[in-house]
Structure formats: structure tokens, C-alpha cells
Design a protein around this ligand. Structure first.
Ligand SMILES: Cc1cc2nc3c(=O)[nH]c(=O)nc-3n(C[C@H](O)[C@H](O)[C@H](O)COP(=O)(O)OP(=O)(O)OC[C@H]3O[C@@H](n4cnc5c(N)ncnc54)[C@H](O)[C@@H]3O)c2cc1C
Length: 382
């Protein structure tokens, strides 16, 4: 074959190869120039928050159940009872509820018992109870309180599976794989809730900073990440956003409308034959007295005194709730403040005070976060 012939034959073949190679190659931003096409038509239209102290209708302080080594998910034998632990999710209990519920479910199924007690009626307890029902278990939830009087009701409601989930300096290396398994399971599960009266939905999330935010690894941060689950965070150029800030990012994230989500979950639990009994567990003997042989412990922070868990610590977080605004349906975080727009209100927060058991809201904290966000809104274009 002469040189000219070789090229004539080789060009279509290598072109085809190139096509195959590029369809298998990781998708780069270059291949999707219209990824943020709506921004290309001018800066993204972002409605302003109507902010003033008299629009704050509720202030709450919730206690995240934090364990430096990560949530407790082991199995313990207590006399003739098998205790399956599932508590201590820090700032990620909503996000991980299905995933660690699945780990707990596998531990329950290994016992071959079909009558199961779940202690706790928070997001973790109800998700675990529902998963057990799906495998034919007869589940009774024993609980001191039901929604809305639970910590889960005082959360922001965003997909944040790594938020204060552990202290990476303390957690065992194998925890990362457990976390990843739980995160992936939860994420798939949440897809089934999309479209169901907005109990879970997607929302735009903006990060707005005048100085480049400094990431400090350790307790409280998001040290784990799985690429490819949710859309990547992208940096916006000055012409693409209305904020007076040099470091602006945007991504789309999952969020949960907490009151309707909890209501939906409880209704499903009861629809599938579940029973809820109001009962406080004060000591291990109270668990021993339950009729079920297998007990799943989803008591959150309530597990501390009963199981003498020295590691379990509250990390308090205050939220201040603004009257909802129908045109505002995004999330935003900036230095010292963030907000999320839910159906029941726009929740401003949230701080994290390690070891604080005090659930009294502080007016100063509300004024501080409202002040930061008011300035940001005033400086916004449009
Ligand atoms: C301000 C704030 C913001 C947050 N934001 C997010 C977020 O955006 N995304 C996210 O994924 N997570 C978030 N979290 C974390 C999340 O709310 C928690 O991890 C989660 O609520 C823990 O759920 P749980 O079911 O384990 O605990 P809980 O909701 O506390 O439920 C525990 C249950 O056990 C019962 N119980 C306790 N003690 C006893 C007892 N002795 N006897 C009988 N019953 C008992 C309680 O009555 C309750 O029913 C946030 C938390 C806070 C405080």
C-alpha cells in the first residue's frame, strides 16, 4: 500500500476510532458548551429575599447527634435481645437515613426474626421501619415523641450526606466505605420521592463569597465526597450572576420539605400495618421488657444516657424561619449565614456549637444572620 492509499483508508478508520474514543471519554465542559445555557443569555435571574426581623416567624435550635467515629451501626446482644444500632448521624441524618437504614435492615434480617421493634420516630427510625416492612417484617415503633417534636423536624433539609458525619481524624479508615454504601443507597432511594408533592425536589444552590472560602478539614466539614451523584459545582463569572462577590458557585442539589416528608413517611408506615406506641425508654430494662426479640435503636441523641455512649455529643444548630416567598426557590450560603427555601418557610441558619445542650434560640444569632443576608441582598443587582 502506498502512503497516499494508507491515509485514504486510515482516515475513516481513525475518524471512527476517534468517535468511539470520544463517546467513552469523560464528558468535559468543552463538549457541553451550553451546560449553563440560560446563564449565557445574561446573568441568572435570582429573586431577592424579603428580609426583616418582623418576617421571622419561628426560631428553633436542634441538636445534631454527633459521634466522632461516625454513626453507630453495630449489633449488640443484651440478654435474649438483639440490639441493632442506627444512631449518631450528626448533620447528615436526613441524607443518610435510607442508607444506614438499609445496613440496619440487613443486620435485622440476619436474625430471621420477623417481629421487630424500632425505637425512635425520627427520619432515621421511620426510614428503617419502612425498609423492614418492605421485607415482610411486622414493625412497631416505640418512641418518646413523634413529629413535629423531634430533632429531625428542626433540620435544614438538604442533601448533605457528609455534614458532621464524623471526625476524619477519629473515624476508622473502613468508615469511608460504609459511608459511601449508605450514601449511594440513600441517593437512589430519594429519586423515588421526586414528584411526590415536592416532599423531595431539586433546587439551585449558590455559594457567594467575597474572599475565596478556606476549607479546614476535620469535625464539622464535608470531608467525604462522591463525584457524579449530583451535578458538579461550577464557578460563575461576574457577568453570570447578580452578586457583589468574586467567588460565586452554583450547583443543583436535592432538598427535602421536612414537614410533608415526615407526614408522608408516617402515613406509609401505618398504611403498611405499622404501629406507633408512645413510650419512653429510660433504662436497658425497658428494652428487655419489649415483646420483640430484635430491637433497632434509632434514638438519636436519646441513646446517650440509655447506652452510656460517651462519644455521642450534641452539635446545636439554630434556624430562623422567614415567611415563605413563592418566587424564591433556591438555596444560598455565604460567610456566616445560609438559607434554604422550603414550602413551609425560608430557613436561615445555621451555626454549630459542639457540646451545647441548650435549645433556647438566641435573638442575637437571628439578627446576625439576617444582617449578613440583608447586606448581600441589598448589594445584589436587579
Ligand atoms: C440545625 C440542623 C440542621 C440540619 N440539617 C440537615 C440537613 O440539611 N440534611 C441532613 O441530612 N441532616 C441535617 N441535620 C441532621 C439531622 O436532622 C439529624 O441527623 C437527624 O434528624 C437525626 O435523626 P434521628 O432519627 O436519628 O433522630 P431524631 O430526629 O432525634 O429522632 C429520635 C427519635 O427517638 C426518640 N427517642 C429519643 N430518646 C428516646 C427514649 N429515651 N425513649 C424513646 N424514644 C426516644 C425521639 O422521641 C425521636 O422520635 C440537621 C440537624 C440540625 C440540628
Amino acid at each position: 500500500m502506498n502512503r497516499r492509499n494508507f491515509f485514504e483508508k486510515a482516515i475513516p478508520a481513525s475518524f471512527a476510532l476517534g468517535t468511539i474514543a470520544s463517546s467513552c471519554a469523560p464528558k468535559t465542559q468543552l463538549q457541553y458548551p451550553d451546560k449553563h445555557f440560560h446563564i449565557g443569555r445574561g446573568y441568572h435571574q435570582i429573586p431577592k429575599l424579603r428580609l426583616s426581623m418582623d418576617r421571622i416567624v419561628k426560631e428553633t435550635v436542634g441538636l445534631r447527634p454527633f459521634r466522632a467515629s461516625g454513626p453507630r451501626l453495630d449489633v449488640e446482644q443484651l440478654g435474649n435481645k438483639t440490639i441493632v444500632h442506627n444512631y449518631g448521624h450528626g448533620g447528615s441524618g436526613w441524607s443518610l437515613s435510607w442508607g444506614t437504614g438499609n445496613i440496619a435492615r440487613n443486620n435485622v434480617l440476619a436474625t430471621n426474626e420477623k417481629k421487630v421493634a424500632v425505637i425512635g420516630c425520627g427520619t432515621v427510625g421511620i426510614a428503617t421501619a419502612r425498609l423492614l416492612q418492605e421485607r415482610g417484617c411486622e414493625v412497631t415503633i416505640y418512641t418518646k415523641d413523634v413529629p413535629p417534636n423531634i430533632t429531625s423536624n428542626l433540620a435544614t433539609g438538604t442533601w448533605s450526606p457528609a455534614s458532621r458525619v464524623c471526625d476524619v481524624k477519629v473515624a476508622k479508615p473502613e468508615f469511608k466505605a460504609i459511608w459511601e454504601e449508605a450514601t449511594r443507597f440513600s441517593f437512589r432511594r430519594f429519586q423515588f420521592f421526586l414528584g411526590l408533592n415536592d416532599i423531595a425536589c431539586w433546587a439551585e444552590e449558590y455559594g457567594v463569597f467575597k474572599q475565596m472560602p478556606v476549607y479546614t478539614p476535620g469535625a464539622g466539614g464535608e470531608d467525604f465526597e462522591i463525584h457524579g451523584l449530583i451535578p458538579e459545582r461550577v464557578k460563575l463569572e461576574a457577568k453570570e450572576h447578580p452578586f457583589k462577590a468574586d467567588h460565586v458557585t452554583r450547583r443543583t442539589n436535592l432538598m427535602f420539605n421536612i414537614p410533608s416528608y415526615l407526614r408522608h413517611q408516617l402515613q406509609d408506615f401505618v398504611m403498611f400495618g405499622g404501629k406507633v406506641k408512645i413510650q419512653e425508654i429510660k433504662k436497658l430494662e425497658d428494652i428487655d421488657a419489649l415483646p420483640e426479640k430484635v430491637v433497632v435503636n434509632c434514638m438519636g441523641l436519646g441513646a446517650k444516657p440509655v447506652f452510656n455512649d460517651q462519644e455521642l455529643t450534641p452539635v446545636s444548630g439554630q434556624l430562623s424561619c422567614l415567611i415563605p416567598q413563592s418566587d424564591v426557590n433556591y438555596k444560598l450560603y455565604t460567610q456566616g449565614a445560609n438559607f434554604i427555601s422550603r414550602k413551609d418557610g425560608i430557613y436561615i441558619g445555621s451555626n454549630g456549637i459542639v457540646g451545647n445542650w441548650d435549645t433556647t434560640p438566641s435573638k442575637e444569632q437571628t439578627e446576625k444572620t439576617v444582617g449578613i443576608l440583608m447586606k448581600l441582598m441589598e448589594e445584589m443587582k436587579g
